[in-house]
Structures are given as C-alpha cells and as structure tokens.
Design a protein around this ligand. Structure first.
Ligand SMILES: Nc1ncnc2c1ncn2[C@@H]1O[C@H](COP(=O)(O)OP(=O)(O)OP(=O)(O)O)[C@@H](O)[C@H]1O
Ligand SMILES: [Mg+2]
Length: 272
C-alpha cells in the first residue's frame, strides 16, 4: 500500500501540491486523470523519489519512502510515453536482461525470467527480431516487459498508451488487466477516458484538489454532475451527458458500447 500523507511540493515558486493526501491499495487498477500541468508526472516523480516533498510523508508498505529508496524503486516498474526513449538495446532479450543487471541475479535466473516475461507480454515468437523491426505497440509491450522483470508490486505508466492506436491500446489494457488479476497494482496516467472501461478506481487531479473513487461513481459524476466540465469527453460520453441534460436519463453505466448508446437514442427519438 502506498500512502501519501499531507504533502507539500513546489518547483521553486510553482506550487503543485498543498496538503495533498492519497492512498493506493494493493492489487487495484487505478487511472490518474487531470489536465496538462495538473501534477500527474510530478506525483510519479515523488513516488520514485526523483523529487522530494517539502513537508508531509510518503509511506510504502508502512515504510518511509526516502529511507527505503532502493527497495521502493525495485518494487515500482515504470513505463513512459515514448518507447524509443526508453529502449537501450538492439535485441529483445538484451533489453529485458538490462533491467535485471546490477541486482545480482544469475544468468540462469535471468534467462528464466526473460522467458516468463516474453510469454506475459506476448512477444515470444518475435524474440529473434531486432527491436527496430517491432511495431510501436510491440515496443511498448517490450517496455512493459522491462518494467516487469524484477516483479514489481506496482506498475506505473505515464501516458504509456498515448502514442498507440485503438487496437494496440486495447491490447495493452488487456495485458494490464491480467497483471492486475495477478496482484500487481496498476497506476495508468491517461488522457483517454474510454480506457476507464478497464480500471477499478479513478484519481482525478483538478486544480490542486483530488477526486478519488470507484470507476462507476466517477462515470456517474461526469455524466450527471459537474465533474466532467474540464475533461475532454469521448463521443459516447458526450452523448450520454446530453441525454442526461435534456431528458434526465442516466446511462452512465452503459457508456462504452456504441450499440447501447444508439439504442437509447433510438428509443428517445421514438418518444418525440
Ligand atoms: N522541473 C520543473 N521545474 C519547474 N516546474 C515544473 C517542472 N516540472 C513540472 N513543472 C510544473 O509543474 C506543474 C505540474 O507538472 P507535471 O509535469 O506534473 O504535470 P502533468 O499533469 O504531468 O502534465 P501533462 O499532462 O502535460 O503531462 C506544471 O505547471 C509544470 O509546468
Ligand atoms: Mg505528465
């Protein structure tokens, strides 16, 4: 469990967090939403100990983050937006092995783990290709693989799906869900609200304030409440909000399927 307790953080005079608290439970799939500049990447930097809080504390499994940085970093896998900026090798096996080097594993252990991870990220049959021959989606899966090598308890993706098309994003989301089912905590920073389909909980940073709650509650609030005003809504969400505004009908539970939304529109058109 990660507990952020009453932290203050600023970059010089730019205050990003003031008396900010947040709890992440083990084995849940979280998405972290918020406008550009709302502090999402800063939160990740704080969790990795790359920047330090001015006051307050961050506890990982009850232990202070700054006192246990080595252990904490080992337990948090990171994936960034652009795979090409993360990949350091030319070969898939080398790239995966790289994450395990310097941690004192034998080459036997490394080979076994590479095998497991390749299976997990579904790249076994491509392992002999050069990394430059992989597609963007495959490269991103490889980056997730590198992040998984040390069996982290938490996997953080800072816009890790931003550069992918819809099919590849779905593919990655299914992979993240499988990892969640195996007990890995997922923190996905994203701008795509349609990815909410896969997540358990939402953390929404809005003007330095925090909204946190389960996915369905969040959906209900953006469709029927005021929460969505500053978020860019995908078409289905937008239609759902208009249906609520004009007719008072709440379809926030059935947002992800265009068929269901179309069915609602059809029924409403018959009622005219
Ligand atoms: N190294 C830095 N020095 C000074 N200010 C910074 C630095 N890094 C970020 N900031 C500022 O802190 C605020 C939060 O930035 P952060 O990168 O955490 O936002 P974000 O939510 O990740 O945004 P985005 O969606 O654009 O990635 C922004 O106002 C940003 O300009
Ligand atoms: Mg960012």
């Amino acid at each position: 469990m990660i507990e952020i307790k009453n932290i203050d953080f600023s970059y010089y005079e730019r205050e990003v967090f003031k008396n900010f608290s947040l709890k992440l439970e083990d084995g849940k799939f979280y998405t972290l939403l918020g406008k550009n500049g709302s502090g999402k990447s800063t939160l990740v930097k704080l969790l990795l100990g790359i920047v330090k809080v001015k006051s307050g504390e961050i506890l990982v499994d009850g232990k202070n983050l700054t006192d246990n940085l080595y252990e904490v970093r080992k337990n948090i896998g990171m994936v960034f937006q652009n795979p090409d900026e993360q990949i350091v090798s030319e070969r898939i096996d080398e790239e995966l092995a790289f994450s395990m080097e310097n941690y004192g594993y034998s080459s036997m252990e490394m080979r076994e783990r590479i095998e497991e991870v390749l299976q997990e990220i579904n790249l076994l049959e491509k392992r002999d290709l050069r990394i430059s021959q992989l597609s963007g989606g495959e490269k991103q899966r490889l980056c997730i693989g590198s992040a998984l090598m040390l069996k982290p308890k938490v996997l953080v993706l800072d816009e890790g799906t931003a550069m992918l098309d819809e099919k590849n994003r779905e593919n990655i989301m299914e992979l993240l869900k499988r990892l969640r089912d195996r007990g890995v905590t997922i923190l996905l920073i994203s701008h795509h609200l349609d990815e909410l389909k896969y997540v358990d909980e939402v953390i929404y940073l809005k003007n330095g304030e925090l909204w946190q709650g389960d996915r369905d509650k969040f959906l209900k609030e953006i469709i029927t409440g005021s929460l969505g005003e500053s978020l860019e809504l995908p078409p289905n969400f937008y239609i759902a909000r208009e249906i609520f505004r004009r007719k008072g009908i709440d379809i926030s539970k059935n947002l992800f399927s265009s068929e269901e939304v179309a069915e609602h529109l059809w029924r409403l058109s018959l009622k005219k």
